[in-house]
Design a protein around this ligand. Sequence first.
Ligand SMILES: CC(C)(COP(=O)(O)OP(=O)(O)OC[C@H]1O[C@@H](n2cnc3c(N)ncnc32)[C@H](O)[C@@H]1OP(=O)(O)O)[C@@H](O)C(=O)NCCC(=O)NCCS
Length: 170
Amino acid sequence: MHPKVNLIPAEEAHLEQLVRLAECSFPDPWSAGVFRQTMHSPASMLWCAMDGEIVVGYLAISRTGDDMSVDELAVHPDYRRQGIAGMLLETAHRRFPDSHFFLEVRQSNASAIALYDSLGYAPVGFRKRFYQNPEEGAVLMQRKCHTNPPHADPSSDFGGAVSEPVGSPQ
Ligand SMILES: CC(C)(COP(=O)(O)OP(=O)(O)OC[C@H]1O[C@@H](n2cnc3c(N)ncnc32)[C@H](O)[C@@H]1OP(=O)(O)O)[C@@H](O)C(=O)NCCC(=O)NCCS
């Protein structure tokens, strides 16, 4: 576990670093415009994992009805396998304990599928030719919530600051 990493809501000042991180993580990276739109959408949440002033990871989630969608997740290559993606996702799960989480992942992305599997996600579907550049199918994965309805208040604390060391108690 990386001892120095904190989670904070993304801000305009992080845009350049977010774009660079996306570019070194995905063949079809988000543009600055998509990051900005996500940052300012009331239905979305974009968190940065920070090592000091350096953005070393990010997670974007959004509400779709009663469920949460994991829209984008990346960790800088130099910081991988230190629990940072797990920390980002577990923070989201704790923030929305009454929601099911869904995501799509490239079928060849074994490391991400292993990560999601380790956090309780299971495959629930497959979407042919979901991705371009290169064209590839998507595995649809779901993590069921462990509580009963009623669902969390959709107007709850999107955008709230989160600051915790990696590996702190749940
Ligand atoms: C997928 C990604 C976000 C994982 O980030 P990370 O911070 O390295 O993940 P973590 O350290 O939290 O990994 C937690 C667990 O996931 C699994 N895992 C993560 N990376 C793995 C890999 N390369 N191979 C096998 N298992 C892996 C392991 O079970 C790991 O636990 P362990 O290290 O104790 O064995 C990162 O590799 C990445 O940014 N990849 C490029 C972008 C991407 O594919 N994003 C996901 C799109 S759906």
